[in-house]
Design a protein around this ligand. Structure first.
Ligand code: MLT
Ligand code: MN
Ligand code: ZN
Length: 310
């Protein structure tokens, strides 16, 4: 199985168009030790020919151009794409807007929970991806589902599971109380497995807490790509960027006693890779103390183009 990180940044990317945080200023001016990053997405393939995207970011066109494996191959005729399926982990703009890049009458499948597919259905612009060419397939929770699209079996299964999180920003309902109207299926993690080798990895780009069931599920996993949005819960407030904590945004932070570094230190995972990293996160700077802390704890900082083979 081949896994490619297409985009390792959170919503907004790095640099973010309207942001003058110290990281965004530094990466824009070419300061060594900071890499520009596109928005959150992975591509996965068993055979290197047929691929599934895990999330479709607004930067997808740029990501495809940067990834030869995902280019149209002339041997298949005048129109072709190696992308046979897309799996959505929530309804965030950074995870669904790229579906619109996949128009032009190409067959593939879109997988998501009933909650996330209902967002796609409610927004008529996505009808540019019309059934039956682009079927929308409901992913059940806690059951491996074989992936296919455009008449091709990908030879991979995906198991969706609910994780603590939040409904998409533009659907938050303050009147619904502290959970903002969040329901099961609004945010999921994925376990992708190659049944032929029994190898698997987890992808959890949005998660507000590693609770007991999630910890049990991830224990002794070989590879986990995990929510690296913020280093500290209040970093966006401290940097004067936004009046929200990470918790309010539905994202766990890396540091602290409840953070991902501490929690994963007890789970025995083989390889831990942060993705969905927000531009405010000090760990984006290779010279930072935050970067030393996370690398010292055995974590890798995902970057666009990172390839993992299992
Ligand atoms: C998030 O992950 O919190 C969202 O991507 C925020 C956003 O939509 O900008
Ligand atoms: Mn996001
Ligand atoms: Zn910034």
């Amino acid at each position: 199985m081949i896994i490619k990180v297409l985009g390792s940044a959170a919503g907004g990317g790095f640099p973010q168009w309207n942001c003058n945080c110290s990281n965004c200023v530094a990466v824009r001016s070419g300061t060594p030790g900071l890499k520009a990053r596109t928005q959150s997405s992975l591509a996965v393939s068993r055979d290197g020919e047929n691929w599934v995207l895990l999330n479709a970011s607004p930067d997808l066109r740029q990501q495809l151009n940067a990834t030869p494996e995902l280019h149209a191959k002339p041997k298949f005729g005048p129109r072709h794409s190696p992308i046979k399926a897309v799996v959505l982990t929530n309804g965030d703009v950074d995870h669904i807007a790229g579906l619109i890049n996949l128009r032009e009458a190409q067959a593939f499948s879109v997988y998501g929970t009933d909650r996330v597919l209902s967002i796609v259905a409610d927004n008529s612009i996505f009808n540019i991806l019309a059934e039956p060419l682009v079927p929308r397939i409901v992913l059940p929770l806690d059951r491996p589902t074989p992936l296919s699209g455009a008449g091709v079996e990908l030879g991979l299964t995906v198991e969706a599971f609910a994780v603590p999180g939040k409904v998409a920003l533009y659907l938050e309902d303050e009147a619904a109380g502290p959970d903002l109207g969040t329901k099961e299926g609004d945010t999921i993690g994925l376990k992708v497995t190659d049944p032929a080798t029994a190898k698997s990895f987890f992808y959890i780009p949005g998660c507000s807490q590693i609770d007991e069931p999630l910890g049990a599920r991830l224990k002794d996993a070989s590879v986990v790509f995990f929510d690296g949005t913020l280093f500290t819960d209040n970093e966006m407030i401290e940097q004067g960027l936004m009046p929200k904590t990470g918790g309010r945004m539905g994202h766990i932070n890396m540091s602290g006693s409840e953070g991902s570094i501490e929690t994963f230190s007890k789970l025995g995972v083989g390889r831990l890779i942060y993705v969905h990293i927000n531009n405010s996160n000090p760990a984006l700077n290779e010279a930072s103390d935050a970067r030393k802390t996370i690398e010292g704890a055995g974590w890798e900082v995902g970057y666009d183009g990172l390839e993992v083979r299992l």
